[in-house]
Design a protein. Structure first.
Length: 198
């Protein structure tokens, strides 16, 4: 219907007695369009805010979990090392009474246990750091997906605004009496982000 020429539209214009009701109907359409645009912008803003909040919460939670896990694993490694050192010291004290050979063997055993404990502590610490890195990477990826979704919603909103601008322009061409004699509705123009004619 919007693609028809102005002459075709002029032939279908309602008699003068019915024009105030039609004008009110077009005003209602404009208000409905403005309401839809306001609702779309509010929904997009709400989604953006929720996505940002969710992304921040995810990143903060991931950092907190990674820090807590690293601390737990580090403490566990320290406890293991401490226990191994105590065990090695006990062995050294116990074998000193048995003479030089027994002392050398006990010292060797203690060094071996200590080396194994340090190796285990190193491996545990590296595993914890790798886990923390993976958690941060996943949080970053989730954050990027949320940003992409927000960008997609904003692009969709812009397409809707462009369509509504074109619809408004075609309505103004078909029914110039709606805008004749009065300035453009500033609320509708603001809602549509349409530049006012200079």
């Amino acid at each position: 219907m919007l693609g028809r020429s102005f002459d075709d539209a002029e032939e279908k214009v309602t008699p003068l007695s019915q024009q105030p009701a039609q004008a009110k109907g077009y005003t209602d359409v404009g208000e409905a369009v403005a309401g839809v645009l306001r609702a779309a912008e509010e929904a997009a803003e709400k989604i953006r805010t929720e996505a940002r909040t969710q992304a921040i919460e995810i990143v903060e939670a991931a950092r907190g979990e990674a820090t807590t896990r690293i601390e737990e694993l580090t403490h566990e490694a320290e406890r293991t090392r401490h226990d191994a050192e105590e065990y090695a010291a006990d062995i050294r004290q116990a074998v000193e009474s048995y003479g030089g050979q027994q002392r050398r063997e006990a010292d060797e055993e203690g060094r071996r246990i200590l080396a194994a404990a340090e190796s285990q502590a190193r491996a545990t610490r590296e595993a914890a750091q790798e886990m923390a890195g993976q958690i941060e990477r996943e949080a970053r990826l989730h954050n990027e997906r949320l940003r992409d979704e927000i960008r997609s919603l904003e692009e969709r909103r812009e397409r809707v605004l462009v369509g509504l601008r074109e619809l408004t322009a075609e309505l103004n061409e078909l029914f110039p009496e709606l805008s004749a004699g009065r300035p453009d509705d500033p609320e509708l123009l603001d809602a549509l982000h349409v530049e006012r004619p200079s």
